[in-house]
Design a protein around this ligand. Structure first.
Ligand SMILES: [Zn+2]
Ligand SMILES: [Zn+2]
Length: 304
């Protein structure tokens, strides 16, 4: 935490104090604080997601080892797939809630565990999510587009069959826009650019310049709704730095956006906090000095 880091920094600098100007000392202090600041990983999947087998406790131990104060679990909840008749195992929410609350208690004096959920967006699923979120006990909701009706998940080749890059990415981005203006309460728009993670095109990247109009529409709607834009550390097999890539993130900042969350999108503990430091450095270089976490829907700014 900031106070703890300040003390730590002063302690480390005490012996250097003699002969060092106050400005220089403050600069060094800033640097030390920056190095020990925290960017919170709130996009993590566990065995409660159909595509992960990971034990939630392993992430907690890893986060404590990294001296972090927050960790957010965001298992998949794909009611869009249920409606589209795509086989998807839904999480056992009661068991999950029980497991997370036990872990939350067990580690209460070491770390704050957040109970999030990643819902797979589709227009048809909106009423279901509205009810689920209203009656649920979630700290936050990540709203993510993973696929389209009759096309399936854009991680698979089937999604792109017979479509040009322009068509496939535009279809995806139009769905993302619908997700931003969705009729249910969510906190974060997840991984814009997911479509490009495993797409068959060359170049594969979702460039802002190629889809400027629809991306601007999305980013402006995010700002207007006052929700957070996620920087996701997973990029699949394309060469983007993050999802979304830096050109889109820079455009969001230019439009006045400053509310970010970070998530590694880990499905195994090995990739926990993937690109965490790079995301932090990217944001700092754009004068953004923290990301958000949520407790019972309440937005909390955590400084680096
Ligand atoms: Zn996702
Ligand atoms: Zn995810």
């Amino acid at each position: 935490m900031a106070i703890h880091h300040d003390k730590l920094a002063y302690g480390k600098l005490a012996s250097l104090n003699e002969g060092v100007s106050e400005d220089r000392l403050n600069n060094m202090l800033d640097l030390l604080n920056a190095e020990s600041g925290e960017i919170c990983d709130i996009h993590v999947h566990t065995c409660f997601s159909s595509d992960s087998k990971e034990d939630p406790e392993k992430y907690i131990l890893k986060a404590i080892e990294l001296n972090q104060n927050y960790l957010g679990f965001s298992d998949h909840y794909d009611y869009d797939y249920v409606l589209w008749n795509i086989p998807a195992k839904m999480p056992a929410l009661d068991l999950r809630e029980h497991t997370l609350s036990q872990l939350k208690k067990k580690y209460a004096d070491q770390i704050t565990i957040l109970n999030g959920l990643e819902v797979g967006y589709s227009k048809e699923a909106e009423p279901h999510y509205k009810k689920l979120i209203k009656n649920g006990n979630f700290d936050y909701i990540i709203n993510s587009v993973h696929g389209l009706k009759d096309r399936g998940d854009c991680y698979f080749a089937e999604f792109f069959k017979g479509k040009s890059k322009e068509q496939a990415y535009s279809d995806y981005l139009n769905a993302v826009y619908s997700s931003v203006i969705a009729d249910f309460d969510y906190n974060v728009i997840g991984h814009i650019g997911y479509v490009a993670r495993n797409a068959p095109y060359k170049p594969q990247e979702l460039f802002y310049s190629e889809f400027a109009e629809i991306i601007d529409k999305i980013l402006k709607a995010i700002i207007e709704r006052d929700v957070c834009l996620e920087i996701n550390g997973a990029v699949g097999n394309n060469s983007a730095k993050f999802t979304p890539d830096t050109d889109i993130l820079e455009r969001y900042i230019k439009l006045g956006g400053k509310n970010f969350t970070y998530g590694s999108d880990s499905h195994r503990v090995d990739s926990y906090f993937r690109k965490g430091e790079e995301v932090k450095n990217f944001l700092k270089s754009h004068q953004i000095y923290g990301t958000y976490v949520f407790e019972k829907g309440k937005k909390i700014f955590v400084e680096f």
